[in-house]
Write a protein that binds this ligand. Structure first.
Ligand code: NVA
Length: 389
């Protein structure tokens, strides 16, 4: 055992010594944008996933018409809440998605679930967990770097534990590893008696947010990567301080982080609102206009408005809106993984020269995320480029 350990640490030392920042040959993690050819992806797992507690910060993100259901089932395993047939279809879709990815030559890895039904406690709050189904929310991959986001829902505070094995493995093999400062999540991070106006047509900003700027908080899914430019969604889970933290952290790499404000009273995660399938094209949600869309137009990008989703609103979306239709993953600049019943968006992709690889995935939508949310692309073949000037 001792010899084995020494040999391993020697190997580790050698690797650490030969590490060159920003060199893809030295890192298994390498992704600068949403569209370079996909080689490796983290896919979340539904195991032990629980219905979230509707704490004030979750209320600020979820439509009011879902509260009763969520309050009734909070803290229970989804497995015991969802219709058995629906749950089985979700598991089948998940297994089939792995086969589709592998068939495309993509390596698929997974986080390790913990028992999310258990209540945990910090000096400032207690909650039970949610899931590790949505790696996009937690892991921000920029080039050779894995950034652990802070996570804003208190129920998701300990989700980072599910990624430790994966992250340590990538780190040992040469990736850069950063954990954003863990927030205190005191009551004062959240505005007292906050209530979002679901009919508001104002651009969302710090005045309309549940969050104060007491400390930086952000979810990784509020960032969309376009090489040297990264777009950040000011939301109910990412405050301006959180976006500023990412901006300053990435500035030495020459990356510019732009904060975007949308008309959306309950914004959470940019990937149902704006998506960049390839250089020069931004797809936007017709119900959520962007205040700074001029940034794309000025740089010569086409801004294309997405069609309304085909999967009806009354499909059991227990947490999210039906805009998961926009929640897609690029295999490369010309091929997209998209839900098989979302015909409208497939037609739009066809118009712009992108072929849809149709994935049955809608039963997985039910616990809160689409194809983009359920994944985090850790390796894409391609280098850091400037697509904006
Ligand atoms: N704000 C999003 C959350 C998606 C994960 C929605 O449209 O529901």
């Amino acid at each position: 055992l001792h010899d084995h350990f020494s040999a391993n640490s020697l190997q580790l030392t050698k690797r650490l010594c030969s590490y060159t920042p920003g060199n893809k040959n030295h890192s298994p993690v390498w992704a600068w944008n949403e569209w370079d050819p996909l080689e490796e992806i983290v896919l979340g797992t539904p195991e032990m996933a629980c219905c979230p507690e509707v704490l004030p910060e979750a209320k600020a993100c979820i439509s009011e018409n879902k509260f009763d259901f969520l309050i009734k089932h909070k803290g229970k395993y989804w497995k015991s809440v969802i219709e058995p047939e629906h749950y089985k279809l979700m598991l089948d879709e998940h297994a089939n998605f792995i086969r589709i990815l592998q068939g495309e030559g993509v390596k698929v890895v997974h986080p390790e679930p913990i028992d999310f039904a258990k209540t945990f406690k910090t000096p400032n709050f207690s909650a039970h967990g949610v899931d590790c189904a949505m790696p996009r929310d937690f892991l921000l991959i920029v080039g050779d770097e894995m950034i652990e986001s802070t996570m804003t829902w208190r129920s998701r505070y300990f989700e980072f534990m599910c990624y430790k094995t994966l992250i340590k493995d990538y780190w040992r093999r040469g990736a850069k590893w950063t954990a954003a400062p863990k927030p205190m999540c005191r009551e004062s991070l959240f505005k007292e008696n906050y209530c979002a106006d679901e009919d508001s047509s104002a651009f969302f900003d710090e005045k309309t947010s549940i969050l104060t700027e007491e400390e930086p908080v952000f979810d990784a899914a509020d960032f969309i990567r376009c090489g040297r430019d990264i777009f950040a969604h000011v939301s109910q889970v990412s405050n301006n301080s959180g976006i500023e933290w990412v901006r300053r952290h990435l500035a030495p790499k020459g990356i510019r982080v732009h904060a975007l404000n949308f008309v959306d009273p309950k914004p959470m995660h940019i990937d149902t609102t704006l998506f960049t399938p390839r250089p020069g094209v931004a797809i936007t949600c017709p119900e959520r206009p962007c205040l700074q869309i001029g940034l794309f137009k000025k740089a010569g990008w086409d801004v294309v408005v997405a069609p309304y989703p085909d999967i009806p609103k009354n499909f059991p979306y227990y947490i999210s809106s039906q805009w998961l239709s926009l929640n897609v993953v690029m295999l490369d600049e010309k091929r997209v993984l998209v839900e098989k019943d979302e015909i409208g968006i497939q037609k739009l992709f066809e118009k712009i020269g992108i072929t849809s690889v149709k994935v049955p995935f809608k039963h997985c939508f039910s616990i809160g995320g689409g194809i983009h949310c359920w994944t985090s692309d850790v390796r894409r073949r391609g280098d850091l480029q400037n697509y904006f000037d």
